[in-house]
Design a protein around this ligand. Structure first.
Ligand code: NIG
Ligand code: FE
Length: 410
């Protein structure tokens, strides 16, 4: 039977709940994993490897561990400039919201991003993507949201799509035109929301540039009613939705996301018990962003215990962006999810694999090691996968594989 490659002498952390009921890592020790045509053909204990496989390439893992390729399910990777000046200002006591109200914050990045050409956006973002890929990320979501005109939002999405040709990585794009009110619409938020609904969403959908639609539902973003208008428009174009919800205040964002059957609700620091129950009912993934929590020096923790109790899938992502999380390390986020949010290492890792794939609508093909799933693998020099959450500031990646194509750590 044809089989392109076979890994032997490896441990597998499958994150497949069917692999070993009760084991949150889904571990198979002394395993073998066979790949053909970009998919996982077979995996299991090496002793049970069927003799019918005739692999063209055999990799001896020498005791390394394989996890699913990491999935970074919430990033604003494409942007121009940086906001180190605001970081300094915040350390002097000015808040993130005050900076935003004074015309800085997202608006500052919007000004820089509008000035940048497509090539400039691709090259500055490419350097950030290289760092994520070098840590085993094989799937990444990239949002627009720093253009806020039709042309500039579409250019951001084009830059995100163009990055897929440069790296062995699967990229999904999200239109986040409802990220902030652009200055030219000051005092006319409903008119801007109309532009988003009547022009930007239809154009992005028609051009195939967006895989989902997101919004920032917040006092410094858009109201519940305005967000609902955006989501109604997304629904008309059959685009799934996601939401920046309850990050700085309880704006009922989680319940709103659930009402629209959102793929994910993200941040969630101020989400109420009712919001958590709504997410559980809608099977919406809770995406936790410890980088933004840390960098904004937030005190209010997301409702982790309630999310666990209600069985809401929990994902972890970088939120890579210039204002609240200038971070290109998903491994660091795993550590912070444990230290700041008290996730277990297994929960954090499931959050950057299986649950992150669910948050992108890719739960059927990414984020776990299972027969038929895409052969996106990350191969690590560790004694146990929990070490990926324990050590920080280091990178034990040996090699990653994106849909059957092997490459070095970068
Ligand atoms: O996810 N909350 C809104 N959006 C980003 C921050 C954007 C920015 O400050 O540039 C976030 O934290
Ligand atoms: Fe974000």
């Amino acid at each position: 039977m044809s089989c392109e490659s076979l890994w032997i002498n490896v441990g597998l952390a499958t994150f497949d709940p069917r692999a070993l009921p009760g084991d949150p890592y889904g571990i198979i020790e002394d395993a073998a994993l066979a790949v053909d045509q970009g998919r996982i053909l077979w995996l299991g204990p090496r002793a049970e490897l069927p003799v019918k496989f005739q692999p063209r390439l055999v990799h001896d893992g020498k005791g390394a561990w394989i996890t699913p390729g990491l999935v970074d399910c919430h990033t604003h990777l494409v942007y121009a400039g940086n906001r180190a000046n605001e970081f300094e200002a915040r350390l002097e006591g000015i808040s993130y919201a005050e900076i935003a109200r004074a015309g800085g914050g997202i608006a500052a990045t919007v000004a820089a991003t509008r000035r940048a050409s497509l090539d400039e956006l691709v090259s500055s973002s490419s350097a950030r993507l290289a760092r994520l890929v070098a840590e085993g990320v094989t799937t990444i979501e990239i949002k627009s949201g720093y253009g806020l005109t039709s042309a500039s939002e579409l250019q951001m999405l084009r830059a995100a799509r163009a990055l897929a040709a440069l790296y062995p990585v699967h990229i999904t794009t999200t239109l986040l035109a409802a990220h902030a009110l652009p200055a030219e619409f000051e005092g006319r938020p409903e008119d801007y929301v109309s532009l988003v609904c009547d022009e930007m969403i239809p154009d992005a959908a028609r051009l195939g540039l967006a895989d989902a639609v997101d919004a920032f539902c917040e006092t410094i973003g858009f109201s519940e009613a305005q967000t609902a208008r955006v989501f109604d428009a997304a629904r008309r174009f059959r685009l799934p939705v996601k939401l920046h919800a309850d990050q700085l205040s309880d704006g009922q964002g989680a319940a709103l996301a659930a009402r629209f059957g959102a793929l994910s609700a993200d941040h969630l620091e101020y989400t109420s018990a009712a919001g958590v129950a709504a997410l559980a009912k809608a099977k919406t993934v809770a995406v936790l962003l410890p980088g933004a929590f840390y960098f904004l020096r937030e005190k209010q923790l997301p409702p982790i215990d309630a999310l666990r109790r209600e069985g809401v899938p929990i994902a972890v992502a970088t939120d890579c962006n210039p204002g609240s999380s200038p971070c290109t390390s998903l491994l660091l986020m795993l550590n912070m999810a444990c230290t700041l949010f008290r996730l277990t290492p297994a929960e954090a890792l499931a959050g950057a694999t299986r649950s992150a794939a669910l948050a992108l609508g890719l739960g059927h093909c990414k984020g776990r090691l299972a027969p038929g799933w895409d052969a996106d693998l990350a191969i690590w020099q560790v004694g146990h996968p929990r070490e990926l959450c324990y050590a920080f500031g280091s990178n034990p990646l040996i090699e990653s594989v994106y849909a059957g194509q092997a490459h070095g750590p970068g």
